[in-house]
Design a protein around this ligand. Structure first.
Ligand SMILES: Nc1ncnc2c1ncn2[C@@H]1O[C@H](COP(=O)(O)OP(=O)(O)OP(=O)(O)O)[C@@H](O)[C@H]1O
Length: 282
């Protein structure tokens, strides 16, 4: 697929993109729970999580996603991963993305070793490949000493490291990481960055959601700032994290008006992108 992304007058052709979102939006529909005297109880309430956005991500890119709680970051990654369907628009990916979240299912009662095998099987590796990859997974996770202990004895950082190491082992073309790296120590972050660079060099692409702006700056080469369902910025991680940091600082100082003006200035600056899939034309 060749995609042409048009911002204003400039047309940029992206050959063989990894992920394309065209006018994608998400509105959750939830039934409000019954509470005494509440008018909305039992009614279906709409939660607008993501306003329409278009985005093209190429192979070899590592994209950080920042934003306040509830801004729509997880919704965006779930849409890309295909675990939820958009209310409108279209999501296309060059292969099935591997979504690595803090809640990725591993079994607490089983040992780290057994969880490595289970996790790898779940991601489609056969026994021979698991044996081949086993040592590198344990080394990447830095868990050689505790790999035979039940996972319930692991700290949250140790579990997060194991989840990352398992997900990265399948050489996913598109890897999506939701917060999992924040609990890692400096050594782990170093190994993680090397592994993410390897994945990118092998023409994979990585999405990383993190509340740690340092992690975003260190680990990504493009960043998105999402706020209240709006994409506000898409660009250099240093610039994006600086703008976001200023926004949260203004909010923390109760300078709501300045924060709103700061937010609006980025919304105004963002160009509308039109995405055209030229391979679909006759
Ligand atoms: N399954 C769901 N049903 C209803 N509303 C949802 C659901 N998931 C998310 N939302 C709502 O959508 C909005 C965006 O949520 P989302 O989880 O994408 O934000 P986030 O930026 O990932 O937040 P956080 O940083 O807290 O993880 C929020 O208002 C949230 O309450």
């Amino acid at each position: 697929m060749t995609v042409v992304s048009r911002a204003a007058d400039a047309a940029v052709a992206v050959k063989d993109p990894a992920v394309v979102l065209r006018d994608v939006s998400m509105v959750y529909r939830v039934r409000a729970s019954k509470g005494r005297g509440e008018k909305a109880a039992g009614k279906v309430v709409e939660v607008r999580a993501l306003n329409p956005l278009s985005l093209v991500v190429s192979h070899g890119e590592s994209v950080g996603i920042v934003g306040r709680n509830g801004s729509g970051k997880s919704t965006l990654t779930k849409l890309i991963a295909g675990s939820i369907l958009p209310t409108s628009g279209e999501v296309r990916a060059s292969s099935t993305p591997v979504l690595l979240g803090v809640n990725a299912a591993l079994v607490p009662e089983l040992s780290g070793r057994q969880n490595v095998v289970l996790g790898c099987l779940a991601m489609g590796l056969d026994e021979a490949r698991i044996n081949e990859k086993f040592d590198s997974i344990v080394n990447l996770a830095g868990l050689a000493d505790s790999i035979n202990l039940p996972m319930r004895t692991y700290s949250s950082g140790m579990s997060a490291r194991l989840r990352f190491a398992i997900a990265a082992a399948v050489d996913p073309e598109i890897l999506m990481i939701d917060e999992a790296l924040n609990t890692g120590d400096a050594q782990f972050r170093d190994r993680t960055r090397r592994r993410m660079d390897e994945l990118r060099r092998n023409a994979g692409c990585v999405f990383l959601i993190s509340h740690s702006l340092g992690t975003i700056r260190q680990m990504t080469n493009r960043a998105l700032w999402i706020d209240d369902g709006d994409l506000l910025m898409d660009g250099d991680p240093n610039e994006v994290t600086a703008a976001y940091k200023r926004f949260t600082w203004l909010l923390s100082k109760n300078r709501q008006k300045d924060a709103a003006a700061h937010r609006q200035s980025f919304l105004d600056r963002l160009q509308t992108v039109e995405i055209v899939d030229t391979s679909r034309r006759g």
